[in-house]
Design a protein around this ligand. Structure first.
Ligand code: ACO
Length: 320
């Protein structure tokens, strides 16, 4: 039995904000942002757009692409660091809106690695027989936890959602499905990337704080290591990979990681220029983009990878 990705979907807020738009409110420039990050624009949630509304939109598209009725979904795992409410889990609100109550629904919080954590968890639960069909979602509204006076962070992030339908299927050895996943966390690095509020400390939501240079350095090393681990476990090598769908933090992190593994940059799906860093949403959003534009096709070997606050990081290899 394998967990097979049978449909993808994504959603973005209506409001697109260019670097030039941002330069009108903070001391920055299009040149600085493009040169240091590769980001040209991002989408920012407006009134009525929340983590759950984006997730519901992306999920409906993923269900349609898979040809699966919402009533067949027995498991929903939603990765987010920006839930609609402290509780209940945003996954339960998605479940209610889709009309598939009664199954399992919960959120996972691993910041930018959230989708990788959700995917590996859903894969494990499907393989125990707990459900047959799952929705795995990454959805974020990071614009609501940004300090819009801090130019070192506010230019980097955007809002959005991506979703996949994951189905338990009996497949041939060389057939589709998740082949291996590896996850890691190192909590000693909290101060490099965190939100300075929370229900149990300040009683506030808080704002994102980051030591960008240190995060950059750790990201490249950790991502290259976890990619090697997954390749080793599956007996594959970098040349076997058709596409890498990485967390879209920064074009320079993507380039540096690809170089470390001798992966040609043409095999790396890049959406950071259009979406900026959408945290847990970025991997499924990039996956859906490359499926929709015809780059990623059935049978392709695809590596997913991400690193985020905690630190947390992980990778999964899947045949589409
Ligand atoms: N516009 C103009 N100038 C800026 C801006 C801005 N938006 N932000 C910072 N600067 C200035 C700084 O003040 C500094 O000026 P100074 O030299 O006069 O002091 C100068 O630019 C250089 O600042 P650095 O922070 O050293 O710039 P760096 O080259 O490291 O780039 C960046 C910063 C883009 C944040 C980079 O460190 C980075 O990408 N780090 C990774 C962080 C990341 O991706 N985090 C996402 C979450 S974790 C994850 O997803 C993996």
């Amino acid at each position: 039995m394998r967990s097979v990705i049978t449909g993808t979907g994504s959603a973005l807020p209506a409001n697109c904000v260019s670097n030039a738009d941002l330069a009108e409110r903070v001391d920055t420039s299009d040149d600085w942002i493009v040169e240091r990050t590769g980001i040209r624009q991002r989408y920012i949630a407006g009134e009525g757009e929340t983590t759950s509304t984006l997730a519901i939109d992306a999920s409906r598209k993923a269900l349609a692409a898979a040809g699966v009725d919402a009533g067949e979904i027995g498991l929903i795992i939603l990765a987010t660091a920006t839930p609609d409410h402290t509780f209940p889990a945003t996954a339960t609100q998605v479940q209610a809106a889709l009309g598939c109550g009664g199954g399992v629904a919960f959120d996972v919080q691993a910041v930018c690695s959230g989708f990788l954590y959700a995917l590996a968890t859903a894969d494990s639960l499907l393989r125990t027989g707990m459900a047959k069909k799952a929705l795995v979602i990454g959805s974020e509204t990071f614009s609501r936890i940004l300090d819009w006076d801090d130019r070192t962070t506010c230019v980097l992030f955007g809002d959005g959602a991506g979703a996949i339908v994951l189905e338990a299927k009996d497949v041939a050895e060389d057939g589709p499905g998740i082949l291996a996943s590896r996850l890691h966390a190192e909590g000693a690095h909290k101060d490099m990337l965190y939100v300075d509020g929370g229900p149990s400390t300040t009683g506030t939501v808080g704002k994102l704080r980051m030591k960008g240079r240190e995060v950059f350095r750790h990201a490249v090393v950790n991502l290259a290591d976890v990619l090697r681990e997954v390749l080793e476990e599956t007996g594959m090598n970098a040349a076997d990979i058709d596409w890498v769908v990485p967390h879209q933090a920064n074009a320079r992190i993507l380039d540096a990681t690809a170089r470390k593994l001798d992966l040609p940059s043409e095999k790396v799906v890049v959406t950071v220029d259009r979406h900026a860093n959408t945290s847990a949403a970025s991997v499924p959003l990039a996956l859906d983009t490359a499926v929709q534009d015809g780059r990623i096709k059935q049978g392709d070997l695809v590596m997913f990878e991400a690193m985020g606050g905690g630190f947390t990081w992980g990778a999964s290899l899947a045949r589409m």
